[in-house]
Design a protein around this ligand. Structure first.
Ligand code: 5GP
Ligand code: ZN
Length: 113
């Protein structure tokens, strides 16, 4: 499964992608189809299908901390931003490798669609 997983291939360098930031457990890169001026994805290096199957608290902690770090480096920490983990069919997840969307640079609406 991980051999064909898009985000595994990005995280392991098989698909060359510029990382905005990285840690031992996670990488951050720009969304290919941004829905806001800042739209970065934060993904674990190890394959985790979704938040629903996540078990490693250390990895989840690094993902969230990296999301906040990316927001700071992208200059949206003060203006504000969203961190989103679309999960499963009703959550609108389209890539089955856990990822956090870090979105900002515009005023978000609530509730999301
Ligand atoms: P989801 O819909 O699963 O929450 O989010 C998947 C995100 O991955 C989408 O926002 C989509 O634009 C992004 N995406 C899909 N394929 C690629 C890709 O090959 N490279 C990058 N950087 N982002 C991708
Ligand atoms: Zn994967």
């Amino acid at each position: 499964m991980t051999e064909k997983c898009l985000f595994c291939r990005i995280a392991n360098g098989e698909i060359p992608t510029k990382f905005v930031a990285e840690t031992g457990e996670a990488v951050a890169f720009r969304d290919i189809d941004p829905k806001s001026p800042v739209h970065v994805l934060v993904v674990p290096r190890q394959h985790v299908t979704s938040l629903a199957s996540a078990e490693d608290e250390e990895v989840l902690g690094q993902l969230m901390m990296l999301a906040a770090k990316v927001a700071r480096s992208e200059g949206i920490s003060e203006s504000g931003y969203r961190v989103i983990a679309n999960t499963g069919p009703d959550g609108g997840q389209s890539v089955d490798h856990l990822h956090l969307h870090v979105m900002g640079g515009r005023r978000m609406t609530w509730p999301p669609g």
